[in-house]
Design a protein around this ligand. Structure first.
Ligand code: GLC
Length: 559
């Protein structure tokens, strides 16, 4: 079955123009908590003006964010448009990265539909790295979109949409209709000259957990495609509208919840093994928020869409309030929790989740700078997971789940704790690692997730693109520049590892794949975005209309 065929893409009159895409002004809905952040007013003027120009040019104008010339007359294997446009010599790594990225392309009946997770031919164990992972494809997709190669992204979106339509079972249990696969694999039969696809919805994954993040990434990518190309017709097809509604139906369904956050099993996202992130992990909550906002900008206000638009608005309102208040931690908040009384009953309770101050881990008192803050890993009854997670915090910035003050504070913290969070290779997936007895209990003695390795405090080059995007959005490109410089000292030489180990991220990960595609693509996206920050618009949502022309000055390094 070739998914791209059944979708007669109509060029219908759009229900909203591209300039309206993000114009659902939810800012009025979102209440801002009071923050105790004292800000200093110093900034690198040079980079501010650079950024202002780029922002004025692209971010707010809703123009397609690449130059149309990038596409003309190019085959898929030409010089990347981005480096061709450079006025300066591109870093030698860029060409190698493009080559590696193209080598990872997966074809279905002659059409590129995604990229392999890794092309590590030296590794004997392939496991499932020879598949196209939905989450792993996101940085590849952004790189292709920036480079004016939107077709592969469209093919991927349509192919995964078809997979969503499959009946999904684990043993005798049928999964929700909206579930998107974690990954899929194309099987080529050279004799019969046929291609078939097998997908994994969690039933083959280690731990049998469904990827909650896949559906969110799908929606986010659909918006990125729409923003980058200006092609509204894909998102408007009945199939895409239905795909979105099915994902939304899964995550907006009513249950026994008292929180607007989404209850999840351990391992349901990028961290796809037991790591104590069950409950309400920040990664999922931030992606949930972003996907809701993206869906809001693309859903039609027809009979079926309207109901979802209303539910999304209500959920965004409640979710942002909850996250901004209860997940946020800064010096002041930590001090308040430290002094919490417990066993408070009734609506006047200050310590709403009955967190016992003795459960605050020692490390957090040293880790918390006087200025700066972050969204903690998880909040549920009597449990706050104080660990810092990179993806959730960056997505909170990009989606404007974080207020501008909180966004700046997250970047302040990254600067203040550079050694811990960036060290020698950007960026720690989470901080700190769990060790000894706690590691035994939390991970179930997972030998891959030993302290400072892999998901347990390992450093993941793919996160570079998220750090870069967040740095640009907060007006602090110097942070990205410094991180990219670090990555450039090692990534190519080490042949693009999946992750690094150790407190500082100095060692290539114990079981890290080489030529890990999202390490390659993450670097390219970071590099191209910093080069031309107007690309940020495809993966970022502004807080509200009024904010559009305001760039906050903030304290940062000067380079
Ligand atoms: C590992 C990672 C997961 C990634 C996959 C493919 O399982 O934990 O996040 O999607 O590899 O690269």
């Amino acid at each position: 079955m070739d998914g791209t065929k059944g979708h007669g893409l109509r060029n219908v009159a759009s229900h909203c123009s591209i300039s309206d895409m993000d114009d659902y002004d939810i800012s009025k809905l979102l209440e801002k908590p009071r923050l105790n952040i004292e800000r200093q007013r110093s900034f690198d003027e040079r980079s501010l003006s650079e950024l202002t120009i780029s922002l004025a040019r692209g971010l707010d104008s809703y123009e397609p964010s690449y130059s149309p010339g990038a596409r003309s007359g190019r085959s898929g294997f030409d010089t990347p448009a981005s480096s061709a446009r450079n006025s300066f010599e591109p870093h030698p790594m860029v060409a190698d990265a493009w080559e590696a990225l193209r080598r990872s392309l997966v074809y279905f009946r002659g059409q590129p539909v995604g990229t392999l997770a890794a092309c590590d031919h030296a590794s004997e164990e392939v496991l499932n790295y020879d598949q196209v992972f939905v989450r792993d494809f996101v940085p590849s997709a952004l790189a292709f979109l920036i480079n004016g190669e939107a077709d592969i992204v469209k093919n991927f979106l349509l192919k995964t949409l078809l997979l969503q339509g499959w009946e999904k079972r684990v043993d005798r249990f049928k999964l929700g209709e909206g579930a998107m696969p974690a990954s899929f694999k194309v099987l080529h039969d050279p004799d019969r000259k046929t291609d078939t696809i097998v997908a994994d919805f969690g039933e083959s994954a280690i731990g049998r957990v469904a990827p909650v993040d896949s559906g969110f990434w799908w929606i986010i990518l659909l918006r990125a495609y729409t923003k980058a190309t200006g092609d509204l017709s894909l998102a408007e097809t009945p199939d895409c509208q239905k795909g979105m509604r099915l994902i939304l139906a899964l995550c907006l369904s009513e249950g026994f919840d008292t929180f607007p956050t989404l209850l999840c099993a351990d391992g349901c996202s990028m961290i796809d093994r037991r790591m104590g992130i069950y409950g309400y992990p920040i990664e999922i909550q931030a992606l949930f928020f972003m996907a809701l906002r993206c869906a809001l900008s693309m859903l039609k206000h027809d009979q079926e869409g309207k109901e979802f638009v209303e539910r999304i608005m209500k959920r965004l309102h409640a979710l942002s309030y909850h996250m901004r208040n209860y997940f946020w931690l800064d010096f002041q908040q930590l001090n308040d929790i430290y002094r919490y009384k417990t066993e408070e009953y009734s609506h006047t309770a200050v310590n709403k989740f009955n967190v016992i101050p003795d459960s605050i881990p020692d490390w957090v008192f040293d880790f918390m700078p006087t200025r700066g803050g972050y969204f903690i890993g998880n909040v549920s009854p009597a449990r706050m997971d104080f660990r810092w997670f990179a993806l959730g915090n960056c997505i909170a910035i990009l989606s404007s789940l974080a207020t501008p003050e909180q966004s700046a504070a997250i970047m302040d913290l990254i600067e203040a704790r550079w050694e811990e969070l960036v060290g020698e290779m950007p960026l720690k997936i989470c901080y700190p690692a769990i060790e000894s007895h706690e590691w035994r209990i939390v991970t179930g003695c997972d030998p891959k997730n030993t302290r400072w390795s892999y998901h347990n405090g390992g450093s993941w080059p793919v996160l570079l693109w998220l750090l870069t995007a967040a740095s640009i959005k907060t007006g602090r490109p110097q942070i990205a520049r410094r991180a990219i410089d670090l990555a450039e000292t090692r990534l190519l030489k080490d042949t693009w590892p999946e992750y690094y180990d150790g407190k500082l991220g100095r060692f290539i990960g114990k079981q890290a794949r080489k030529y890990q595609t999202w390490s390659v693509a993450g670097y390219l996206v970071a590099k191209m975005m910093l080069e031309d920050p107007s690309h940020l618009g495809m993966i970022s949502l502004e807080e509200d209309r009024q904010m559009k022309h305001v760039i906050r000055r903030s304290h940062s390094w000067t380079v």
